[in-house]
Design a protein around this ligand. Structure first.
Ligand code: CP
Length: 302
């Protein structure tokens, strides 16, 4: 991966994904080593973030590198009308790698085409979030002992949820059976179902949560993405459509784990948090190790 951008999870082969997960395991065992010494990473966040930006920055700091950047467009010269291209070209003078989040689909790909340094997509609109996918895969492999032959149930906003779109593409390498649970307004877009059809992977679509959690290995809850709705009335109608309570987990497989890319709003009740099946905060921690592996590989320090 040396010198390459990571824009879509499809930029990685199955073998590269597994190698990154193995490297992330090594970082999890021993995260404090100076492999990014003398390197600078820029984090350009045009959209809010807690986990992605701070786990990238924590990863760089723990590995001995330096971080520059901004956490909102209003504190950059974009607010004066500077173009994305000019911003990326300028920041390329100051950093060895750019991590970028932007509300518009396709911006990370565009940035990767104009920038002389690698771009890592930290989320572009409803499109892709490949580094989240790497930490999701890390979490699934860690909790299940394998990525192969699992049943993964994705719940909530499957239309706008970029973590869902990236994860299902990555899991398609591993003979996954998918169960999709969403209201009609937030169903998985046709292009992703076509993708699974072409791969010959089985999937089911349902609207009720309670009836479908007992035979799955991973329950991947998602937030309804308020920021993607053009009509606030429609958001209000679907925002609390699924709420997972601890009582709904009693019939689940013993090894089943609840994942959520976070932030959550109401979709997982806090009574789930003490359950051994709740894994979402450890999942967020795993983001540091996955991002260490990604940056070390791209920067040729793996
Ligand atoms: N999972 C995720 O992308 O969280 P943030 O929006 O807080 O970065």
């Amino acid at each position: 991966m040396k010198g390459r951008s990571l824009v879509s999870i499809n930029d990685l082969t199955k073998e590269e994904i597994i190698a990154l997960l193995d490297l992330a395991e090594e970082f999890a065992l021993n995260p404090r080593r100076p492999v990014l010494e003398n390197l600078v990473v820029a984090t350009l966040f045009f959209e809010p973030s807690t986990r992605t930006r701070l786990s990238f920055e924590s990863a760089v700091n723990q590995l001995g590198g330096r971080v520059i950047g901004f956490s909102e467009a209003s504190s950059s010269s974009v607010s004066k009308g500077e173009s994305l291209k000019d911003t990326v070209l300028t920041v390329s003078n100051y950093a060895d790698l750019i991590v970028m989040r932007h509300p518009l689909e396709g911006t990370a790909r565009y940035a990767s085409e104009v920038a002389p340094v690698p771009i890592v997509n930290a989320g572009d609109g409803a499109n892709q979030h490949p580094t989240q996918t790497m930490l999701d895969l890390f979490s699934i492999r860690k909790t299940q002992g394998t990525l192969d032959g699992l049943t993964v149930c994705m719940v909530g906003d499957l239309k706008y949820g970029r973590t869902v779109h990236s994860l299902l593409m990555a899991m398609s390498h591993f003979r996954t059976r998918f169960v999709f649970i969403a209201p009609p307004e937030l169903r998985l877009p046709a292009e992703y179902k076509l993708f699974l059809d072409q791969k010959g992977l089985p999937y089911e679509e349902h609207t009720s949560l309670a009836d479908h959690v007992n035979d799955v290995d991973i329950l991947y809850m998602t937030r309804v993405q308020r920021e993607r709705f053009s009509d606030p009335v429609e958001y209000e109608r679907v925002k609390n459509v699924y709420v997972l309570h601890e009582s709904m987990l009693h019939g689940c497989k013993p090894g089943m784990r609840v994942l959520h890319p976070l932030p959550r709003v109401n979709e997982i009740s806090t009574d789930v948090d003490p359950s051994p099946k709740a894994y979402y905060f450890q999942q967020a921690r795993n983001g540091v190790y996955a991002r260490m592996a990604i940056m070390a590989s791209i920067l040729g320090r793996a």
